[in-house]
Design a binder for this molecule. Structure first.
Ligand code: F6P
Length: 324
């Protein structure tokens, strides 16, 4: 393999740049020419593909986001879109592709792989819902951003003896909310994988007041049945909730995605990007490169797509036991 390309797709994640850098430099080390595709699958369809040098990826390891740009590209779901992408790759003589992204991106990678084009995926999403990697690029940084917000909210909550609800991202996965709740010492954690009613949450708040706590923090996953909007509507319809006159709401949203990657994500992304390039050049493709028990593992894309990973619910029990 003499020409390979790399793209980032879906929601950006802190550490994507470190992965791009690793693909480019390890690719060059294998005597390949390496190309960067702009804006994910959209750039592949449009032929927005340029050669990258080792210097082009200098000074990006510490930056959040992705220097290549990212997009959600519904056109790639069409036969015409995929044909155009394959035509552009072939016109440039590109023989293999590294796809850095989460579930949707790896579904695209699988489709290309099934069409006979060599592709290797790199596990990257702040949601940590991808099968084939116990932790994905961006999770640790996003978690630390959420945690910093929770710590700050707890300070003001204590000063005013208030209850706060913090909504974190994660799509339909509760991993970020669960871990942020444990690390932030939340009084209540609401995730999609474990149903809890507004009445039960109110009861948790009442109990925490009774225990003499000056604050109450509820961490809510955006994908939970009762997300922040629904809980707020319930709380507003009730004069007081668990002894609190009101529950203030902070939605962290995209703030969690935009941070500079921490050491963990830079190292993880570097290892996964390098391993993906070794695989592609070495002829092992149609796989996702991820991390299991601190080791690099390769999982067939066919076993990754259409499935999602759920968080360990024993950790929710642990968090509940620690609210005393
Ligand atoms: O998949 C990453 C993620 O940040 C999810 O947590 C969130 O639900 C979604 O992307 C938001 O997508 P967008 O940036 O397209 O609004």
């Amino acid at each position: 393999m003499k020409r390979i390309a790399v793209l980032t797709s879906g929601g950006d994640a802190p550490g994507m740049n470190a992965a791009i850098r690793a693909v480019v430099r390890i690719g060059l080390d294998h005597d390949c020419e390496v190309f960067g595709v702009r804006n994910g699958y959209a750039g592949l369809i449009d032929g927005d593909i340029q050669a990258l040098t080792a210097r082009d990826v200098g000074g990006i390891i510490q930056q959040g986001g992705t220097m290549l740009g990212s997009a959600r590209a519904p056109e790639f779901k069409t036969e015409a879109g995929r044909r155009s992408a394959l035509d552009h790759l072939s016109a440039k003589g590109i023989e293999g592709l590294v796809v850095i992204g989460g579930n949707g991106s790896q579904t695209g990678a699988h489709v290309l792989s099934e069409a006979g084009f060599p592709v290797v995926g790199v596990a990257s999403t702040i949601d940590n819902d991808l099968v084939g990697s116990e932790i994905t690029i961006g999770v640790d940084t996003a978690l630390n951003i959420a945690l910093e917000a929770i710590d700050r909210l707890k300070v003001t909550a204590s000063s005013h003896r208030r209850a706060f609800m913090v909504e974190v991202m994660g799509r339909s996965c509760g991993y970020l909310a669960l871990m942020a709740g444990i690390a932030g010492g939340a009084e209540c954690i609401v995730i999609p994988e474990y149903e809890i009613t507004p009445e039960q949450i109110a009861e948790e708040l009442r109990l925490s007041r009774e225990r003499g706590k000056k604050h109450a923090i509820i961490v809510v996953a955006e994908g939970a049945t009762y997300n922040a909007d629904k809980l707020q509507a319930y709380f507003e319809a009730n004069e007081e909730v668990g002894g609190y006159e009101e529950v203030r709401v902070t939605k962290l949203g995209h703030v969690q995605r935009g941070g500079a990657p921490g050491a963990f994500d830079r190292i993880l992304a570097t290892r996964l990007g390098a391993a993906a390039t070794d695989s592609l050049v070495g002829g092992e493709h149609g796989v996702l490169v991820g991390l299991m028990k601190s080791e690099i593992v390769r999982t067939p894309l066919s076993e990754v797509v259409g499935r999602t990973k759920a968080p360990d619910l024993s950790l929710l029990k642990l968090a509940q036991a620690l609210t005393y």
